[in-house]
Design a protein around this ligand. Structure first.
Ligand code: UD1
Length: 411
């Protein structure tokens, strides 16, 4: 069987890595060549910098992509269209049994749409399409990722969810229960597999946050902001920084800056508002994991970081009005603060005082990718057997037409 696995942007890499490993493990265990999975890794090139893409391949030990589309940046329409245009030729050339997309970025949507509308023959044969991290909803269609999530889910055949809310949302939208599989979280698979290596990172020493001994880590907070709704609007961006002033006066705030955010800081002349906030370049996966793990508090507008802090039991303040990952709030360590300064200040204070470590959500146990690969392999096998039945019955019909009989001839 052949599977195309798509990655495009930074948050995709840690979600896809465990699937590649689980496929290798599946192939190691199977002795039937028919059940072996040939994986074709496609990188759309939505993210292309060493810091946004290349370093993740090293840190996560990912193989070089078999196909690199080199699409790069652009408006949503241009980027999505360019991925679609190029990915279509790849699917037609490879004729995979399944296409697997992860997360909610433009590449996810573009490739799912291509696979849904492709046809290998006059009967409309197309690959199975699987979405890893399906069903999450912020119910905020102003968020580009929400549109990507909704459309992707509705053209996919297999929907792998990370938390119960994902399954509930899909059922409410009319998805058949047979399509939904609650398997856990492949990003957490990556985190659990990489935690020990992250401990070896020298990033704390490099930033002067640890002086030789592991138990002598300084208190610091970690900040990430990249969402257009937060950083493209000057007033919102200033409000967020204003809400963090007490925090940055009480401890250093380390801020790895996304390229979009870096541009806005310069454009809006915000350097003066960053007192006590230390801007650094985007970090690799292991360095960032190390910083997250040892932080007193993480402040973010990212989706994935809400989940990673829950798994690491580190308090998190999310500077957004909503979350598509409610389990991080109901069970984990996350507080949704919004973007008003006073609310951010109150949430930071609450987190610094509470010391709550939360619970680890169900099935966030490092095994999600193995569950996915087994379900996927079984689905492909079922599809192959049913098309075999189709071919056999077509052959019977042809024979019947030729002989004038309605019964198959006995061999
Ligand atoms: C994308 C995802 C978002 C995800 C984020 C993680 C969509 C709609 N958004 O947003 O869900 O949380 O990735 O980072 O898919 N740039 C570089 N180098 C790069 C990549 C981007 O300099 O390697 C700059 C470009 O100026 C580009 C801008 O960053 O215009 C934004 O990149 P883009 O891929 O459009 O979206 P992100 O904001 O990164």
């Amino acid at each position: 069987m052949k599977i195309i696995l798509v990655v495009g942007a930074r948050p995709n890499f840690m979600k896809a890595g465990p699937i590649i490993k689980a496929v290798r493990e599946h192939n190691r265990r199977t002795d039937k060549p028919r059940e072996e999975i040939r994986l074709v890794l496609v990188h759309t090139g939505q993210h292309y910098d060493q810091a946004m893409s290349g370093s993740f391949f090293n840190d996560l030990d990912l193989p070089r992509p078999d196909v690199h589309l080199g699409v790069g940046s652009g408006s949503h329409a241009v980027q999505t269209a360019e991925v679609m245009r190029q990915f279509e030729s790849v699917v037609l050339a490879e004729r995979p049994d399944a296409v697997v997309v992860v997360g909610d970025v433009n590449s996810t949507l573009a490739c799912a749409l291509v696979a849904a509308k492709i046809s290998f023959d006059s009967k409309g044969t197309r690959p199975l399409i699987a979405h890893v991290e399906a069903g999450l909803r912020s119910y905020d269609k102003g968020m580009p990722e929400e549109v990507n999530r909704i459309v992707t889910d509705h053209v996919c055949d297999l929907l792998f969810v990370t938390e119960q809310s994902g399954a509930d949302n899909l059922l409410r939208e009319g998805t058949s229960p047979a399509q939904i599989h609650f398997v856990g979280n492949t990003m957490i698979d990556s985190l659990l597999a990489s935690k020990a290596r992250a401990d070896e990172s020298a990033i704390l020493e490099r930033f002067g946050l640890r002086n030789g001994r592991v138990d002598q880590t300084e208190q610091y907070a970690l900040l990430t902001l990249h969402r257009p709704s937060n950083v493209d609007d000057r007033e919102t961006f200033v409000n967020i920084l204003e809400g963090l002033r007490d925090l940055s006066q009480s401890m250093p705030v380390v801020f790895p800056v996304h390229p979009r955010t870096r541009k806005r800081i310069a454009e809006f002349h915000l350097d003066g508002a960053l007192d006590g906030i230390h801007l650094v370049d985007p970090l690799g996966y292991l360095d960032f994991l190390c910083l997250m793990k040892n932080a007193q508090l993480v402040v973010t507008d990212s989706g994935g970081i809400q989940e990673e802090t829950t798994c690491l039991r580190v308090p998190c303040v999310t500077v957004r009005e909503n979350t598509e990952r409610p389990v991080t709030v109901t069970q984990g360590t996350n507080i949704i603060a919004g973007t008003a300064s006073q609310n951010i200040r109150a949430a930071v204070k609450k987190q610094m005082m509470s010391g709550s470590t939360g619970l680890i959500p169900e099935k966030w146990d490092g095994m999600a990718a193995f569950r996915i690969v087994e379900i996927l392999a079984a689905a492909i096998e079922r599809k192959q057997s049913s098309s075999l039945i189709d071919i056999e019955s077509a052959a019977v019909e042809v024979t019947a037409a030729m002989t004038g009989s309605t019964q198959p001839e006995t061999p």
